[in-house]
Design a protein around this ligand. Sequence first.
Ligand code: CS2
Length: 461
Amino acid sequence: MHLGLGAFARAHTAVLTENAMRSSGDFGWGITGVTQRSDTVARQLAPQDGLFTVTERGSGAAPVRVVSSIVEALSGRDYPGTVTERIAAPSTSVVTLTVTEKGYRIDPRTGTLNTADDQVQADLAGPAPQTAIGQIARGIQRRARADAGPLTVVSCDNLPGNGELTRNLVHAFAAALPAEEADPLLSWLAANVSFPSTMVDRMVPATTAGDLNAVERELGLRDEAAVVAEPFLQWVIEDNFTSRRPRWEDAGALFSSDVAAWEAAKLRLLNASHSMLAYLGLATGKATISDAVGEDAFRTACSRMMAEDALPTISLPAGMDGTAYCGQVLSRFANPALGHTTDKVGSDGSQKIGLRLLTTVRGSLDAGREPRWAALAVAAWMHRVASTSAPELNDPLAQDLNDLLPATRTAATVVPALLGCRSIFDGGLAAHQGFADLLIHWYRIIDTHGLDGLRNEINHG
Ligand code: CS2
């Protein structure tokens, strides 16, 4: 089962599962893919028998290929009962998920399940769940009743300790059920379900109409579910499965006991730089990540953020060369053929900057260092929020952020106002004068001096 059948899952998990079958000769696997809020991908894949193409873009790109590991595409919104039925089937042994940060329904203040969320409440009240955590918990409840055997749940989202986190959320969901449901579910979960952590990596932009036409020209067929991706592909998985699984290691996945370190490094180096380029790009009219990293000053800011702010806060996993990793990240961003938009990477900032940037900010401040470059990225995000109307800001907290903003928007008013958002900045960080000063400094440059001011400050400041 895969929950969250977006472009990323198709270009990553589905590809690696098919590669694992080809390399190992163990062909007894197929994925039931479930779309979450929108049923578009299920409608696109169903008439194609689940088949779709992956087109790599950039140097070393492989020819377009057809992927066949998805055997069923299901709209979770429309068929919640089928979702839980599939999770409960004895033939299902792994549930993977890519539902993005906001899909987990975490209460940022407690780090656990947001039981005040309307949809979580609805899932707790009835057997037709819509949230990913509700689907997993209700599916496992059904599986327990059918005694259908152990299961492994594998989160593939950019969240630190995503396995432990998913486990805690599913347990919290179970614990919030009435006692006669909670008790048997909690004990079955403890005995039969594991939640390994993973680190996933591949840049997969949203497919455009131009991509569909290009694929059609090359393939001679119209593929409505086509995805494009960079050639790079990585998956590091914690070896903690209670059930059978495809031999992903035969497809190049790395089984490691050090996933937390891989994930922290990826979030604070790659994803943090990605967000930084997105917000700097959005502030200066650059539509794609490759345009943004093509601006020398922004490339410098990213390199320095990684080397001076982030790297000193991370314990690198064995086998990772930090400097080489940072260089590789910047050249992947520079891939001109990918067309990864700053708008897409800049979406859902309220869900991302805490994990990607504020971890580095806190680590630096605690060690007595000034997180100068990470603060630039946060200031650029603030500028994006303050210069975009709530309906246009693609962020689940758009309205809350807008409500915090003052009528007159200058560095001195916007920075303290947004620092007041407790679901993003904890009280300690919000009260740190040095951090606020850095944010005001950078915000003012972005807001009043634009690209030239940024170039000047980054190159000579
Ligand atoms: C990006 C990621 O959109 C975003 O927030 O930073 O999706 C990024 O492309 C992937 O994590 C790369 O593995």
